[in-house]
Design a protein around this ligand. Structure first.
Ligand code: ADP
Ligand code: ASP
Ligand code: MG
Length: 401
């Protein structure tokens, strides 16, 4: 018998009727396959838990992960009850029971190991394992979480560990679209795309898949399908680049409103200064994305701008303030009113003019560019957050998506 992994997101477990709908989907596969269902918390639950933590300013701690991961305990319990009511033998499991072993970076833990011998043991008496997504346990025995949206990564990691035949990610849209279908109604479903394109889309804000889930799927050559739990239509397959016959120049537009812009002004323009700033960031586990340095006219002082995840706003501020003795800058400003807009496509590697089109379109809409970064298959710009929708819509149109 093959094993298949089916992951259901928050909207697919939002209420007991939706949970009963999952029972229907699972029951179609249960006779032919061993099934691991990975679940998120019920829609809105993790946000609610996050708000409690925000009230206490609790972050990246044993306690914050204990609270954040509690929503999945409820959803797996409820689905297992619903499966058993239909005569399906199921076993609900929390991350530590597998165990899914992670490092100890609370709220952004990485999976280190999954013991698949125990999974096989669990299947001796059960047909379906219902696994809590988003969580693991570190070597000190504390519960960790994988970062918001991390259940996708749980699904891919477990699918890789058991060499599953398929990993289906059920969500509230019918697949991966040319841009977020919730902000552009003309967005089109993509039937097949490469890991690389999906990786760029996720990492630039398309939350339909957790970035690390795509990385892991690519590493293990695991085909992913993103599809809806509410319709029966086929979704989007994420596959190796070689399986794509036609490579689109631009295949999608994504946006992220989770960025914050950090500007350090009046810092000495001398060798080693960037190294100092960015080693402080990495020592504190703060991911830096776009970086722009302006050299002053006198050649003595410079300004450095970079972007971080909004979650790291307070930490970044205090790290930079506490180190001003050493850095010796004139002023520091942090701004959450920014958004990153990206265009992505494999064909960009061999085609010129994509950036020009992007910048001209933004200019036509009077949108100022605050920072730019590029990769072989992606161009990203930082803009004022209030222009997010107009930027996404106009770029979607100009590239004929
Ligand atoms: P789940 O709870 O199932 O994990 P998420 O909310 O994490 O679902 O991801 C699905 C959402 O991702 C969609 O509702 C959609 O708004 C958003 N999204 C952003 N970009 C895209 C895209 N390019 N294609 C599809 N969905 C996208
Ligand atoms: N419940 C978690 C979250 O909302 C994990 C997930 O949904 O993937 O971030
Ligand atoms: Mg998600």
């Amino acid at each position: 018998m093959n094993t298949i992994v089916m992951k259901f997101g928050g909207t697919s477990v939002a209420d007991t009727d939706k949970i009963k709908n999952i029972v229907k989907i699972v029951s179609k596969e249960v006779k032919k396959n061993k099934i691991i269902v990975v679940l998120s918390a019920m829609a809105g639950e993790t946000d609610k838990l996050q708000k409690y933590l925000d009230d206490f300013k609790s972050q990246n701690s044993i306690e914050s992960d204990l609270v954040l991961t509690s929503g999945e305990q409820v959803s797996i319990g409820l689905l297992s009850i619903a499966l058993k009511k239909e005569g399906i033998n199921s076993l609900p499991l929390l991350g530590w029971q597998v165990p899914i072993i992670t490092d100890d970076n609370h709220e952004k833990a990485k999976i280190l190991k999954i013991d698949n011998k125990r999974i096989n043991k669990f299947f001796e008496n059960n047909d379906v394992i219902v696994l809590a997504g988003f969580q693991g346990i570190n070597v000190n025995g504390n519960i960790t979480s994988l970062g918001r949206g991390g259940s996708d990564t749980t699904a891919v990691a477990i699918a890789s560990a058991v060499e599953a035949e398929r990993c289906d990610i059920y969500t509230d849209v019918e697949g991966v679209y040319t841009t977020d279908p919730n902000i552009e109604k003309n967005a089109k479903k993509i039937s097949k795309m490469s890991y690389e394109e999906m990786l760029e889309m996720s990492s630039t804000g398309a939350k339909v898949l957790h970035t690390r889930s795509v990385e892991l799927a690519m590493k293990n050559n695991l085909i992913l399908q993103v599809l809806s739990s509410l319709t029966k239509k086929s979704g989007t397959f994420i596959v190796d680049e070689n399986e794509l016959i036609e490579k689109e120049i631009v295949s999608g537009v994504s946006y992220s409103k989770n960025e914050a812009k950090v500007t350090i002004s009046g810092i000495l323009d001398k060798p080693g200064i960037s190294a100092k700033i960015f080693s402080l960031m990495s020592e504190n586990n703060i991911n830096v994305d776009m970086i722009v340095q302006n050299i002053s006219q006198d050649g003595i002082l410079a300004n450095i701008t970079f972007t971080i995840n909004q979650k790291d706003y307070n930490l970044t501020k205090s790290v930079l303030e506490n180190n001003n003795n050493e850095l010796d800058y004139k002023s520091l400003s942090l701004d959450k009113n920014v958004a990153k807009i990206s265009v992505i496509g494999m064909g960009m590697m061999s085609q010129s003019g994509v950036a020009e089109k992007m910048f001209k379109t933004l200019a036509k809409n009077a949108i100022n560019i605050l920072a730019i970064s590029t990769s072989e298959i992606k161009i990203s710009v930082l803009i004022d957050k209030k222009y997010t929708n107009i930027a996404v819509k106009s770029l979607h149109e100009v590239y004929n998506l």
